[in-house]
Structure formats: C-alpha cells, structure tokens
Ligand binder design. Sequence first.
Ligand code: F1X
Length: 308
Amino acid sequence: MARDTDTPPVVTVTFNPAIDYTVRTGPLADGTVARTDDARFDAGGKGINVAGYLNALDVPSVATGLLGGFTGSFIRTRLDESDIAHDFVSVPGNTRLNVTLSTPDAEYKINHCGPTVDADAVARIVERIEAHDPGTVVVGGSLPPGLDVGAVDAIADAGGWETVVDVDGAALSRLDATYAACKPNREELHEATGLPVDTVDECVAAAEALRERGYDRVVASLGPDGALLVSETETTHVPAADVDVVDTVGAGDALLSGVLAGWVRGYDDEDALELGVDVATCVVGTAGTAADAVADLVGTDDYGVQAH
Ligand SMILES: O=P(O)(O)OC[C@@]1(O)O[C@H](CO)[C@@H](O)[C@@H]1O
C-alpha cells in the first residue's frame, strides 16, 4: 500500500527508551547454567515500539525522545535499518537495557530505571516535535530519574497537536493536561482510579471514571479478556483472539498502534479497536516486539484496512 504523504505524521515520544533483550530458555534451576541460542535484541521503549508498528502499518511516524551511550547508538542503528524515521535528543549516560526471560513456567521482566536526565531535555524534545508538525503525539513509557509527570503535561500543552499517553497508572492519576486518549492495561486502570477491575463491566466503569479526569477516549488492554475502547458516545469490547502466546513484549503498544492507525485512516472506534487487537495478536504470537511480523499483516486478510 502506498504511504500517504499528505497525512501529518504521528510523533512518538519515548523519554526512557530501552534495548529489549528477549531470551527463552528451558527450566531454570538455582546454581545451574541455563544455555540457549534463542535470544534477540530489539530497539524498544513504548513510543519507539508504537513508531515501529505504525511504520509497519504504513502510517507516517517519527520517533523522538532521549538516547545516550552505546545502547542509544544501537537503537539509532536499528531504527535506520528498519526505515523508522527518528529525531532523538542526545543525553549523557547509557540508555537502559530491559530483559524479558521466558521459561516454560513463567515470563520474567526486568526493567532498568534508565539514566538520570536533566529537566531541560523536555524543551529540546518539544523543539524536535514542532519540527515535524504532527497531528498526534504519543507519549509512551516510564520517566527516567530527573523527570516527573510534568514532562508529559509539558508535551501535551506545548502545541496544537492531540496527545495520546501510555504511561503507568500512578502517572495517569496525576496528569493535568487534556488528552485525546490514554491506554492503560487492567492493573493501570485500577491504579489510576482505585476501582475494581475483576470483570469487563468493572473495567468499563473504571475507564469511564478515567475519562472524567481529562482523557477523551480510553483504550484498555485486558489481556485474555481482549480490549476496550470507551469514548463519550460508545463503549466497544473486542475479545482476545485464540493465539499461542510466545511472549507479551510490546502487546499493549501494538494494540494502541492498530487503534491509532485505524483512527488516522478514518475508521470508527469499533473497527479501529478490531485492527488494534489484530496487531496485538500478531505481536504476542511472535518473539520480541516483532514489528517485522506486523509488516507481514499488511496485504493479508487479517489487516483490517483491506476490508474498508
Ligand atoms: O519501563 P517502561 O518504560 O514502563 O516500559 C518499557 C518497556 O517494557 O515497554 C515496552 C513494551 O511495552 C518495551 O519495549 C520496554 O522495555
């Protein structure tokens, strides 16, 4: 499908990018060495993943944020190799390396806090965003030491773009600006609202409560219960597909990317959410963040765009 060059790009902001090291082993035992040849390194962090998936879905995107050190260089190289447009601010220190360890019994995740960042980096990111004149800005992931949620509000308040956030529940409960959408998972819905989220109906009520706090639409990833999209006028629930989960790295980012791609293409919320679930299903069925697997969706019957 030809890329639409008239559409303003989606700019993604990752304050705290990461190399994702995803490794699968047999069972682990204390005091023994587990050996494996099943490991991969991906350029990651939530905003970077969203830019990669949007790129794979032929939606114009630019990734910005903060990168430093040898790990930052690796990420720039990977983005170049994958033809993902990027425009990062360089900072001192090494960008973090996050580990996902999959064993037959469990999936373990270790996320580093990231390098300490000077607060003036936020103004430098705003300059990069302005240079790309986006319609939508997506701020995704944790804040490194040195920044607080004011950095996210500063991005949302800095220009005429719509801002979408994928930040943790505590941050969602503290942001002050107005946002076009947020993408909590189930735990984050609870953390942000204090409401129970055991059933899908309870998740809908929590999403409605979150909307009252300044998020126009709430896209919630509910794991095995699928996903929800709650707006002022409607509530949509799409169940999860039956898929053998390889690992869940990037699943929430994939859901959000599919929804954003749908909105950019003028889908209604239901079709956008269905596309989001298709993209997330593809990612959980493939090792690592798997933007290459998402690109394979384009042109198949599973890619919702074909039906419109
Ligand atoms: O520590 P954060 O910023 O909350 O999450 C970072 C992260 O776990 O999220 C992505 C998956 O969503 C990974 O690429 C990355 O390692």
